[in-house]
Design a binder for this molecule. Structure first.
Ligand SMILES: Nc1ncnc2c1ncn2[C@@H]1O[C@H](COP(=O)(O)OP(=O)(O)OP(=O)(O)O)[C@@H](O)[C@H]1O
Ligand SMILES: [Mg+2]
Length: 433
């Protein structure tokens, strides 16, 4: 980065000297040679023009070298106030000069109105700065000039510079999504052939969407993205399947808990969710909305203002889900209440059934450590598979068995231990059902 900072200093000084008609080694900032090497290219993921490089560096300066911009604090003697043409805003805790779009226009064009318009276009929604969430102008007052917006580089770009790695945000109130991962592999999943087919189709879409939409020109007719609804009883592998789809395709999966979002009114929800969608789009994430029933049947009568807000959130979410150009998976336990209009938005509805005896056998065989079993292996397994449990419940039983083994300092599983654990788990299910 050093050479880029040095280059930016040169550009900045030249811009000021030229503006104030002082002696200057160049007659235009464009004569200043851009550094060799592709530092900025790596950070932005593509090649940049001179103007783009200057704007990215300007946005980075407060982070990398804040004093560099202090020169803009100079007062305009004629009016005894700061130079309007330098732009700039003052932060809450940062004492230095924070650039605005105006600052960028000044450095690149001075008084040149044509250049100013070019710079404005650089901050428009069509430019990749915006589309790829590199940097943006934010916080213009209502009715105030567009370029008075604060020039802000995104956290993603900062993270790429600071940590030399992709930005993986944490789940917070501002960012209501959490990355989910699994150590399991695709082959560890036990699903019936219908679920397997549906998952393969989603997988094919992820790999082939470019061919379908661009090469075959179908983007004119088909809506971008793929929306799937996973439904079925608890513990049947819905979350696991979504997570593995990501793992298999080297994509991050971010989970949004909808019950958390829709149930209570938080003024900022919509903005925060918008951020999740924006990031997901740029980063090629799979979005996984859990507890999606919070979305259904909510669009009914509104009595309190709370309901009204919840309804607005739901409407917003549905729209964003429908427009999302990537892969979205919604999961729920129940399928009731799903109205037609809602279902039409999905490319796939995948029912995750309770595993049948054969599937349960596979699950037990995969999960039970071989070292636990002795001669009565088949009796134990036979007894275990009879219990009508989901994959998630089987995992619970095995956990309980493990605890019993530890507590009794044994390393072989007895039928009593297994029976006890099974009974406990079945009782749980009974209570719910
Ligand atoms: N079909 C399956 N194949 C392999 N393991 C499974 C399967 N179903 C469940 N499991 C095991 O149970 C755990 C819990 O499953 P998961 O969280 O995917 O269930 P879910 O359907 O999302 O449940 P919920 O509706 O409660 O969210 C998994 O992490 C996995 O260890
Ligand atoms: Mg789940």
């Amino acid at each position: 980065m050093e050479q880029w900072i040095a280059w930016f200093y040169e550009v900045l000084n030249a811009a000021l000297q030229l503006y104030f008609r002082q002696e200057c080694a160049v007659s235009s900032v464009y004569e200043i040679a851009v550094p060799e090497g592709n530092g900025l290219e790596e950070v932005c993921g593509r090649g940049l023009t001179f103007d783009e490089q200057a704007v990215v560096m300007l946005a980075l300066m407060p982070h990398l070298c804040p004093q560099a911009l202090d020169i803009f604090f100079v007062n305009n003697k004629n009016f005894d106030r700061p130079y309007t043409e330098f732009g700039g805003w003052k932060g809450m805790s940062h004492g230095g000069f924070l650039p605005t779009g105006e600052t960028a226009a000044f450095i690149l064009g001075g008084e040149d109105t044509g250049k100013r318009l070019e710079v404005m276009r650089m901050f428009g929604k069509e430019h990749w700065f915006w589309r790829e969430n590199v940097l943006r102008l934010e916080g213009q007052g209502r009715g105030e000039p567009f370029l008075s917006g604060q020039l802000r580089v995104s956290e993603e770009v900062l993270s790429r510079i600071l940590y030399r790695k992709e930005y993986k945000p944490d789940c917070t109130m501002e960012f209501p999504a959490k990355r989910v991962t699994t150590v399991l592999e695709w082959g560890d999943m036990v699903v019936d052939y219908r679920v397997a087919l549906a998952l393969e189709e989603i997988n094919t879409w992820i790999n082939g969407q470019r061919t379908i939409m661009q090469e075959w020109g179908l983007e004119r007719f088909l809506k971008a993205g793929y929306r799937a609804l996973f439904y079925g009883p608890p513990g049947t592998g819905k979350t696991l399947a979504a997570t593995l789809l990501g793992k298999r395709n080297d994509m991050d999966v971010y989970r949004v808990d909808l019950s958390m979002i829709v149930s209570k009114y938080i003024g900022e929800t919509e903005k925060n969710l918008a951020q999740v969608f924006d990031m997901a789009e740029n980063r090629r994430w799979i979005l996984f909305f859990d507890e999606a029933d919070a979305l259904f049947g909510k669009r009914t009568s509104t009595t309190t203002s709370n309901d009204r807000h919840a309804n607005q959130e739901v409407a917003f979410l549905l729209q964003r889900i429908e427009d999302f150009p990537g892969t979205v998976i919604l999961a729920t336990n129940l399928k009731s209440n799903l109205d037609e209009a809602f279902l039409r938005r999905f490319q796939a509805m995948v029912y995750f059934p309770m595993p049948d005896e054969e599937s349960r056998k596979l699950l037990w065989q995969k999960m039970l450590p071989a070292t636990w079993l002795q001669e009565d292996r088949d009796t134990l397994l036979g007894c275990a598979v009879k219990a009508e449990l989901s994959g998630g419940s089987i995992a619970n039983v095995i956990r309980s068995c493990a605890l019993q083994l530890l507590a009794t300092h044994t390393d072989k599983l007895s039928k009593e231990m297994l029976d006890y654990a099974l009974k406990k788990e079945l009782a749980k299910e009974g209570n719910i059902g």
